[in-house]
Write a protein that binds this ligand. Structure first.
Ligand SMILES: Cc1cc2nc3c(=O)[nH]c(=O)nc-3n(C[C@H](O)[C@H](O)[C@H](O)COP(=O)(O)OP(=O)(O)OC[C@H]3O[C@@H](n4cnc5c(N)ncnc54)[C@H](O)[C@@H]3O)c2cc1C
Ligand code: HEM
Length: 398
């Protein structure tokens, strides 16, 4: 809990910090990377270029300060969970928190100047460390639960199989190259994969496990991100497509991620757009093997049929269930349904839980439709294939 004196200072300065938060984190990252160039290999440089990570960090710190001032009005647990899982997938360690703290507080001073009196600095330092302690504790619990030591977290996996799934989508089936075990995971979880890029930089990215657990291997399915407008080809997805083949090895972190298949036996709706189909595939695989009488509705949207990855597999899994519907929309071309996914056409069994994954505008469209049709907001879960851009205060994809 924030001390009474700090709470007063944080309340008074929150508006100015909120207004400058993205500017502060924009100063923070370059200064931290200048002092610790080794961290460049840990942070996704695509997210640095797009500014998404800057916004994610700024929003998290501001939301936490708001939560400390009014815990009932601003829940923070889901945000902390998401961050902790992401950190654990990358092996973030407690001893790295002073580095972030030091550079973040220095950036507050640079941006806000004289407004940062010693009292203001000390109050925000308290906010940072309360948050850091919460994350460090959550991460320690996750490392413990997964039997993972963050220092030796990256393991070498061998590509046992590489399979084209659709235009610009390829699967890699991975087996341990170090003789170690294949970890258990929950459907919906992802792993970080780190690759050594040609210019000498190592870069990690997250990929959802696209099959259920207990298969003696891990499978990821990767969409090639092509250049568009001024944006270059995606670094890691293109590297995986162009340079990683059967028998090559990859560095992979432990399974992580809080957005997993709803527990229980209630009906589930799995909605996906594009490569957002990967958690759907894992969840369906898991249900087919553990609870084939569970009611499932799958709704998928794709730009064109030839980009539809894992379609045959999903049809096959669904046909093995007692009660499953699979609906598909293609924006262009032939197919049963055309245009954007029409939420009104999706069967909604009573008391369902929805898992939605795809581009942000797609998820907003689906959420609006589901809410309009009476699905409660807390029954709709999202996975974002980028830094957390969900507004956790109202659950909406921001
Ligand atoms: C939890 C989670 C699960 C995921 N699951 C999957 C999955 O199952 N399958 C999958 O395919 N992907 C998945 N992703 C996405 C994946 O992690 C990568 O983000 C994706 O592969 C793109 O990485 P990249 O290195 O190819 O692109 P990056 O190099 O990271 O680029 C990303 C975007 O930023 C743009 N960009 C980069 N640099 C610049 C610049 N200097 N100026 C302007 N624009 C720039 C690029 O053009 C591109 O559009 C997941 C992500 C998360 C967070
Ligand atoms: C209180 C301190 C911290 C906060 C509030 C914080 C917050 C965040 C947030 C919001 C994200 C995005 C999560 C998502 O993908 O949804 C993130 C990712 C990340 N964090 Fe932290 N973090 C903190 C400390 C640290 C530390 C100490 C390190 C280690 C140097 C670190 C390294 C990373 C990395 C590498 C990522 C992934 C970045 C990317 O993929 O672009 N963080 N963090």
């Amino acid at each position: 809990m924030l001390s009474a004196a700090s709470a007063e200072v944080v309340r008074a300065t929150l508006p100015v910090v909120r207004d400058h938060a993205v500017e502060i984190t924009g100063v923070f990252y370059p200064s931290m990377f200048a002092a610790h160039p080794e961290l460049l290999d840990l942070f996704n440089q695509g997210n640095q270029a797009s500014g998404q990570q800057r916004v994610a960090l700024a929003s998290a710190v501001v939301a936490f300060a708001e939560h400390l001032l009014d815990p009932a009005a601003v829940p923070f647990a889901p945000v902390a969970e998401r961050i902790a899982h992401k950190h654990v997938s990358l092996g973030i360690r407690a001893e790295q928190y002073p580095i972030v703290g030091r550079h973040l507080m220095a950036a507050v001073g640079t941006v806000l100047g004289d407004a940062v009196t010693p009292e203001v600095a000390s109050a925000w330092d308290e906010v940072y460390w309360l948050l850091a302690c919460e994350l460090i504790a959550a991460e320690a619990r996750l490392y413990e639960r997964g039997g993972v030591d963050p220092v030796t977290l990256w393991r070498r996996w061998r590509v046992a199989k590489r399979q084209d799934e659709a235009v610009d989508a390829v699967s890699f089936t991975l087996v341990p190259d170090d003789g170690g075990p294949v970890p258990d995971f929950a459907p919906g979880q992802y792993v970080s994969v780190a690759v050594d890029l040609p210019h000498g930089r190592r870069q990690p990215r997250q990929y959802t496990l696209s099959q259920g657990s207990a298969r003696g291997s891990l499978r990821i399915t990767v969409r090639r991100v092509r250049a568009h407008g001024n944006a270059p080809d995606g670094a890691v997805s293109n590297h995986l497509h162009d340079h990683v083949h059967a028998d090559d090895t990859l560095l992979v972190g432990p399974p992580a991620g809080d957005n997993v298949l709803a527990a229980g036996t209630g009906p589930v709706l799995l909605v996906s757009g594009g490569i957002g189909i990967t958690p759907t595939a894992a969840m369906l695989d898991h249900i087919a093997r553990t609870d084939p009488t569970r009611r499932v509705v799958v709704a998928h949207a794709e730009r064109r049929a030839e980009r539809h990855a894992l379609r045959a597999e999903i049809d096959h899994l669904a046909s093995s269930l007692a009660a499953a519907d699979v609906l598909t929309w293609y924006e262009t071309g032939e197919g049963e349904r055309h245009g954007l996914l029409d939420v009104d056409a999706v069967p909604l069994p009573t008391d369902l839980t929805a898992h939605v994954c795809g581009p942000l505008p797609f998820m907003r469209h689906v959420r609006d439709g589901l809410l309009r049709r009476g699905v409660p907001a807390d029954h709709i879960h999202y996975e974002v294939f980028g830094p957390g851009m969900i507004d956790r205060t109202n659950g909406s994809p921001a």
